[in-house]
Design a binder for this molecule. Structure first.
Ligand SMILES: NC(=O)c1ccc[n+]([C@@H]2O[C@H](COP(=O)([O-])OP(=O)(O)OC[C@H]3O[C@@H](n4cnc5c(N)ncnc54)[C@H](O)[C@@H]3O)[C@@H](O)[C@H]2O)c1
Length: 326
């Protein structure tokens, strides 16, 4: 059985769907603080899914999962991920992300489970020193959120050296899109991500564009938008890699290309078929001008190649917004 922490959330739910479609037995462990019971209900249509509501901050709750289930490997999405919130409330982030992960890793060791795929982030690199960013780029996070993810990566290295726990850390760039059948997608409250925020914009809730004076082709920030189903596929490849005896490793998950906020906005308007109300605001602190992944290492070692483009991600995100009124 594969344990997926945070499987009721955005990216985790897409992996759960993909695993179930492959006939795997999956257990989702999620506090539902940010994830949704409705998502779990939909996922149950795709296969053999067991859901356990619990919090990683509670060691007994996560131990209990290993005690009564035969778990072979873990994919760990559960965590908080809002950069701005992590700056004003670092305690919340270190406690949930780092302490929660320690409980998970310690429960894994106790029950002899030695394979984990972990959701890391491009935020562990901090301000880019060159572009595109490969895995040799120094990791100097510039906010507590990125620090928690880097700390977890280091803990995982030490747990491998000392206890033989093998990890694959996947450093995502900007996850985007929804499932091809529009039944699951991005559902964050509050929503901080670009595409759903543009699509949700209306007269009383305009889309806020933070900065149009960056040193980029059109003055707006450039990001690497990686489709969420492509991301899910990378996790499946990472699990296969570990099952074949692969060593601890880490990979960037992105597309090698970037799109500006203005470009994303224009595609959203075209797909929605209407003008979207927009407000130009000052830059936000800590937003680098350009963040683009070099994904060569994941291509070579995991044999992972992203297939879906930004247009497709925006189309599926729009279909999801349209049919899932939340
Ligand atoms: N969305 C992105 O673009 C992006 C980019 C880089 C990295 N990541 C990382 O990927 C992971 C998933 O991101 P997402 O966008 O799907 O987030 P999400 O908030 O939609 O999902 C996270 C899930 O984890 C659960 N959770 C949080 N803390 C928990 C705890 N202590 N115990 C049990 N469950 C808990 C939440 O209820 C939620 O369902 C996160 O770790 C995030 O840091 C996301």
């Amino acid at each position: 059985m594969i344990l997926v922490t945070g499987g009721a959330g955005y990216i985790g739910s897409h992996l759960v769907k993909a695993l179930l479609e492959k006939g795997e037995n999956v257990i989702v462990f999620d506090s539902l603080e940010l994830g949704h019971q409705e998502t779990i209900n939909v996922l149950k249509d795709y296969g053999n899914l067991k859901f356990i509501k619990g919090n990683l901050k509670n060691l007994d709750e996560i131990r209990g999962v290993f005690l009564v289930n035969k778990i072979n490997s873990v994919v760990h999405f559960a965590g908080y991920s809002q950069v701005a919130e992590s700056v004003v409330n670092p305690q919340k982030y270190y406690y949930n992300n780092v302490y929660g992960t320690l409980n998970l890793l310690n429960a894994m060791l106790e029950f002899g489970v030695k394979k984990i795929v972990f959701s890391s982030t491009a935020a562990t690199y901090g301000e880019p020193q060159y572009s595109p960013i490969d895995e040799n780029h120094p990791q100097n996070p510039i906010n507590p959120y990125g620090n928690t993810k880097l700390m977890i990566e280091k803990i995982m290295d030490d747990y491998d050296k000392a206890y033989g726990l093998k990890s694959v850390r996947l450093r995502y760039f900007n996850a985007s899109g929804a499932s091809s059948d529009s039944r699951i997608g991005e559902w964050h409250e509050p929503e901080t991500h670009l595409i759903p925020n543009i699509l949700k914009a209306e007269k009383e809730r305009t889309f806020k564009m933070f900065g149009n004076d960056y040193d980029t082709k059109d003055g707006t920030c450039i990001r690497d938008y990686i489709n969420v189903e492509d991301l899910a596929e990378a996790h499946i490849k990472a699990l296969e890699y570990l099952n074949l005896g692969g060593e601890t490793n880490y990979f960037n998950l992105g597309t090698n290309t970037g799109n500006s906020v203005k470009e994303v906005f224009t595609i959203c308007e075209r797909i929605k078929g209407e003008n979207i109300p927009i407000e130009i605001c000052p830059r936000r602190a800590g937003d680098p001008a350009v963040l683009i992944a070099d994904n060569t290492k994941a291509n070579k070692i995991l044999h992972w190649i992203p297939e879906k483009d930004l247009e497709y991600s925006i189309k599926t995100a729009y279909e999801y917004e349209k049919f899932n009124l939340h």
